[in-house]
Design a protein around this ligand. Structure first.
Ligand code: PLP
Length: 429
């Protein structure tokens, strides 16, 4: 038995993987190391990374400055409890986040993962209205095709079909789910895009604490890009109906859509903002929930006078030092030009896919390239073909998509694009 297959067998004896069955025979690839935009497999093969480890490794892997920041912090402490204690990495990262996010956001609550950042955002919204003696406002309004994470509150606000609401129906809170806008990023937002959310807000605002949206890009719920005008209109609707606006920028944050934060496309500010994924440049798990002074002070002044959340690993110093280094690397680079160049290259390169019979749509925004097929991808046959082409691309459902590290060059982008074209060409109808 080769080392490679031994690895796989050991894994299948004891490990679960994301959204998979235990011991599944779907393709699995042991990784030895990763550096820059390359992933090195245990059998020596090198793959160009098209995924940034799910939106997160924006500077590629094994980045010298990131490594330096984390190993320096390791000399001081890897972790210390955050109850009653504080440290420089947390202070520095929080100050930096307040500086670079929309003006009104002034406070930072650190958590371990994106899903928990969403839970915290929802709790903040509920405590805000509770403090204002409006304890009825405890529901959230989200939209179809949304994805906000895998924990229970996050599931309850994700797409009811993709989000498996029927499986967990007795355990999930019933939220309000409006239709998603049909307008694309390039199009104007029409009356028809807003009817459903308008109606639900009007009818139910007395029990709604907040509207929750992924700005501009709906990620894992279908990689849909919608018009900035829709966001502007929803901000107005929130004000009019006395509900808070929570934006989930866990996927879109830190430059991915061409703006540092996707809400900048619409020039609006949320009351609460969730960050995660690229926050530490893919080095460590860390997420954050930011809010404005009104929300923070109202929570303080109400009952019970505290915000009711506090994870064991809150503001982990190693993760905070990685976060700070990642933001410095990003802002010190000509990231806007880089994303623009990736966008233009993806637009041009993926366009020919449109003529292939299995393809339904091709769309690109910032450093995100999406090829949508008519039928779901057969991962069992497509994944090995992609690896044979020397790329790491992880299709899901009807989508084959790219969100490469920002450091990728045009030759490497070409390898990713050609691989997608080749595997789709071979799909038999
Ligand atoms: C990934 C993601 C989450 C969940 O983050 P985890 O770190 O996986 O818990 C939430 N919202 C959006 C938009 C995401 O892309």
């Amino acid at each position: 038995m080769t080392k490679f297959s031994q690895f796989i067998e050991q894994d299948r004896n004891c490990l679960w993987h994301p959204y998979s069955s235990f011991g599944s025979d779907l393709p699995l690839y042991p990784v030895l190391s990763a550096s820059g935009v390359y992933i090195k497999l245990a059998d020596g093969r090198r793959l160009v990374d098209g995924m940034s480890s799910w939106w997160s490794a924006i500077h590629g892997y094994n980045h010298p400055k990131m490594n330096h920041a984390v190993s320096e912090q390791l000399k001081h402490m890897s972790h210390i409890m955050f109850g009653g204690l504080t440290h420089q990495p947390a202070i520095d990262l929080a100050s930096k986040l307040v500086e670079i996010t929309p003006e009104s956001l002034k406070t930072v609550f650190f958590v371990d993962s994106g899903s928990v950042a969403v839970e915290v955002a929802i709790k903040m919204a509920i405590q805000y209205w509770y403090a204002k003696k409006q304890a009825n406002k405890q529901k959230v309004l989200s939209i179809r095709h949304a994805y906000h994470g895998d924990t229970f509150a996050a599931m309850s606000v994700s797409d009811p079909d993709n989000g498996m609401h029927s499986l967990f129906s007795k355990a999930l809170v019933q939220q309000f789910i409006a239709d998603a806008p049909e307008c694309t990023f390039e199009q104007a937002c029409l009356e028809s895009d807003l009817i459903s959310i308008q109606k639900q807000l009007k009818a139910n605002h007395q029990s709604i604490a907040a509207v929750l949206l992924e700005p501009i890009v709906q990620g894992a719920g279908g990689m849909r890009f919608y018009s900035a005008e829709y966001l502007t209109k929803v901000r107005e609707l929130c004000n009019k109906n006395n509900v808070l606006l929570i934006l989930d920028e866990i996927a879109t944050g830190f430059g991915r859509t061409g703006k540092l934060f996707a809400c900048e496309h619409a020039n609006i500010e949320p009351d609460i903002l969730c960050l995660g994924k690229a926050l530490t440049g893919g080095y460590m798990t860390l997420a954050a929930t930011l809010t404005n002074t009104d929300v923070a002070q109202t929570i303080n002044q109400g009952e019970p006078g505290l915000f009711m959340h506090g994870p064991t690993f809150m503001a982990n110093p190693l993760a905070c030092s990685a976060g700070l280094a990642s933001i410095e690397i990003l802002l010190d680079s000509p990231w806007q030009q880089k994303i623009k160049k990736i966008e233009q290259f993806l637009k041009q390169g993926l366009e020919p896919c449109r003529r292939l019979a299995p393809v339904k749509d091709v769309r690109v925004l910032g450093a995100i390239g999406v090829v949508e097929l008519h039928k779901p991808v057969d991962i069992k046959s497509i994944q090995p073909q992609l690896v044979e082409q020397g790329v790491w691309i992880r299709p899901f459902n009807h989508l084959i998509y790219l969100m490469p590290p920002y450091i990728i060059n045009t030759d490497e982008l070409n390898i990713l694009i050609q691989a997608i074209y080749t595997v789709i060409s071979k799909i038999k109808e």
